[in-house]
Ligand binder design. Structure first.
Ligand SMILES: Cc1cc2nc3c(=O)[nH]c(=O)nc-3n(C[C@H](O)[C@H](O)[C@H](O)COP(=O)(O)O)c2cc1C
Length: 204
């Protein structure tokens, strides 16, 4: 549509104006889409067992790779689990075992204590890392995922599965993801809600 308008505009200045305006408009659209994207991401807990290719998993982890961290310390370590036996072992350590086993991919996320330098900042960086993973999953067609924190009750046992010494790696949580079972997800869906802004913001 814009190309046609540019062609029909006789004056060169007019053409330039339309081009700049179009670029600006598209940038605004992309920005608004991105804000909408953040708000629409939601936890998914029902999956169809269907393969996810390695490149897709890498694409998701690349989102995490670019998370911010204090001093750019990047204190993360991830075990990517798709093997059914390893998923079974993880599932036995959580009351969310059904979800863990059903999801095609389990990402087991650790804080690399040797890379860390400040406990609060290190854990904050892991939070940013994990949120980027959730957004990366949501950006893929038909994929959904959920953060499983409850497994932290069995931290040492998780380390044992991967033979990770507890003085070097501390479990921060799991993110499990897979192809969404839309029918079951819809059947179990609860209304999503958030505290109103006024409830947690003070303006000065
Ligand atoms: C630190 C953390 C731990 C969580 N642990 C679990 C969990 O163990 N099991 C689960 O089903 N969901 C877990 N969740 C997902 C939350 O329940 C979910 O994010 C929250 O209810 C908001 O829903 P939404 O993600 O759909 O917006 C966890 C989320 C976070 C950030």
């Amino acid at each position: 549509m814009y190309i046609g308008i540019i062609h029909r505009t006789p004056c060169i200045l007019g053409k330039v104006f339309i081009i700049i305006f179009t670029i600006f408009l598209n940038m605004e659209l992309v920005k608004n889409d991105f804000i909408d994207f953040i708000k629409k991401r939601k936890s998914i807990r029902s999956f169809i067992y269907q393969k996810i290719d390695k490149q897709t998993i890498i694409n998701i982890l690349e989102c995490a790779q670019w998370a911010p961290s204090g001093n750019n310390s990047q204190p993360w370590r991830v075990c990517v689990v798709t093997h059914p036996t390893v998923k079974r072992m993880l599932s036995e350590l959580s009351k969310y075992g059904g979800i863990i086993e059903e999801a095609y991919v389990n990402l087991v996320i650790f804080l690399d204590l040797e890379r860390g330098y400040d406990r609060v900042k290190d854990i904050q960086a892991i939070g940013a890392f994990m949120q980027n993973i959730l957004l990366g999953i949501y950006a893929q067609e038909d994929l959904g995922g959920v953060w499983i924190g409850e497994i932290l009750n069995q931290k040492e046992e998780v380390n044992e599965i991967f033979k990770f010494p507890t003085d070097k790696f501390e479990l921060m949580g799991l993110i499990v993801f897979g192809h969404i079972d839309e029918a079951r997800e819809k059947a179990h869906a609860k209304e999503r809600n958030r505290r109103p802004l006024d409830d947690f913001i003070d303006w000065y």
